[in-house]
Design a protein around this ligand. Structure first.
Ligand SMILES: [Zn+2]
Ligand SMILES: [Zn+2]
Ligand SMILES: [Zn+2]
Length: 288
């Protein structure tokens, strides 16, 4: 049977690592060492035997992400078959502009996203020009309704609570012939979700979850109060999921540039790994 691969294109919060105009220790190191840099969070579903691929989130880093993916998997000249979008924040959809006539000038690439996000793309410039010129075709998905990519892999959106100014926010279930992955790069709070994240981890073989901030302490370090941050803290997520690390491979992604788990030798990273959790890295690949 031909393979279904889940490839990690990026693992940073929306603005990437380094983040523009930031000279914190992590950003400085990423400026000097490209291997330390992280692209904005995104995934690709790669079907190597078919020489095809699908994109989950079109980030501001789409150009470098596509080049790296295509060269790694022998997909040179192959455009994505479709794009799934989580929501309308900086790190998750502006890469769509590269499908327009100033760049790839694609023909009718299917976009799958929520109804509000569809309306946003249809009505607001410059996004609506992509539709008017036939570069993309936007399809609305609803919570829980699977989109079959071929006979071996399907993608199912799940609504998650997030500060939804322009769109709803989706996470995605990605299910191949052997494994089922859950991708939630952005969520406000686990307790506001209509699904128990522990139940979801039981159902999933692997999860890639919102790891924007580590703890109250690192927020205090950047002058932010954790109560006004619309992300679960990794330390709380680990407490919540402590008993599940044997049944599900739990990875954190969407890391803020200042997150103390980014340096591999940090206390925070060592604590996380000792507790059985993982940090997603750019260019990791999993077979589903
Ligand atoms: Zn984000
Ligand atoms: Zn920084
Ligand atoms: Zn967001």
């Amino acid at each position: 049977m031909s393979k279904v691969l889940l490839h990690v294109l990026g693992t940073a919060q929306d603005a990437g690592l380094p983040q523009p105009n930031c000279f914190c220790a992590n950003c400085l190191q990423a400026m000097d060492d490209p291997a330390y840099a992280r692209q904005a969070a995104a995934l690709a579903i790669v079907l190597p035997e078919e020489k095809s691929w699908h994109l989950i989130d079109a980030t501001p880093d789409i150009k470098t992400q596509m080049i790296a993916l295509q060269r790694q998997f022998g997909l040179e000249g192959r455009r994505m078959e479709s794009i799934f979008l989580t929501h309308a924040h900086l790190g998750h959809y502006p890469g769509l502009l590269f499908l327009g006539r100033e760049a790839m000038n694609t023909r009718h690439i299917p976009i799958f996203t929520g109804e509000r996000m569809k309306q946003f793309l249809e009505t607001e410039a410059p996004w609506r020009q992509l539709i008017e010129l036939g570069n993309i075709e936007v399809n609305a998905l609803s919570d829980g309704h699977a989109q079959q990519l071929n006979d071996r892999v399907k993608v199912t959106p799940v609504d998650v609570p997030h500060r939804n100014e322009f769109s709803e926010t989706f996470g995605f279930w990605i299910e191949g012939p052997h494994k089922k992955a859950l991708y939630i790069p952005d969520i406000d709070k686990w307790e506001d979700w209509h699904i128990d994240i522990a139940d979801a981890c039981h159902e999933a073989d692997m999860c890639l979850l919102d790891g924007t901030f580590f703890s109250k302490h690192d927020l205090a370090g950047i002058g932010r109060d954790f109560r006004e941050i619309p992300h679960p803290l990794m330390s709380d997520t680990m407490t919540r999921l402590a008993a599940l690390t044997d049944v599900c491979d739990i990875y954190f992604t969407h890391l803020n540039h200042g997150n103390p788990v980014i340096p591999k030798n940090s206390d925070a990273r060592r604590e996380l790994e000792a507790r059985g959790f993982h940090i997603a890295e750019d260019r990791m690949t999993f077979e589903l």
